[in-house]
Design a protein around this ligand. Sequence first.
Ligand SMILES: [Zn+2]
Length: 228
Amino acid sequence: MQKYINAHCHINTPTDNKTGVVGAIYNSAKMSDWETIKAIAHTNNHAHACIGIHPWHINTATPDWEKQMEPILTQNPKFMVGEIGLDKNYPNMPMQIEFFCRQMEIAKKQNRTAHIHCVGAWDKILHLLGANAPRMVMHAFNGTPEIIKSLARKYDVYFSFSPVILDARRTRIHKSVMVAPENRILIESDDMPMDVLPALAQCIANIRKTPNDKMTEILYNNTMQMLG
Ligand SMILES: [Zn+2]
């Protein structure tokens, strides 16, 4: 049976154990998710945890968020940082930038992968990353092939494609699927049921003209490498 690892989901994402989903990376949206995420990771060794504050939820963070976040990471060496990022459709970009940069600093300091959400803010992200960034996963990647090239040239970065790619009209994203370095592609359900993963692997296999079983194996190995 083919094996899939879900590169990005949340605490409410419907799970699946019939279609070969053998692992999942759970991202926090807000501080109130952190205990649940810890519990998921501690009770299921195929679940991977990310602790962070999503740009949509920065207004829910308490002033001591960093004092709460850092010890969780220190006590759990395999935990990652996420979901963090910038979203032009949500308010208060200066505060979004502050939260993003501070969480990237924590990820760098603790040597953790950062799981990043970026909508309409690639110019800002590219500018903010600077010379040394932690390993990154660009979740639900929606950028252009040019953005892939400029990121892949400089950084240890993975591009995770969401069910959005299943829409045949999204031709720009299909171009990005085509040009992404083969060893840097991941797949994710995001909020959708995890049984969407085989269809995502098939879609990427079609776009890249690679046999489905080979593509599925590549996607699995890429995720293991990212987690490594
Ligand atoms: Zn998410």
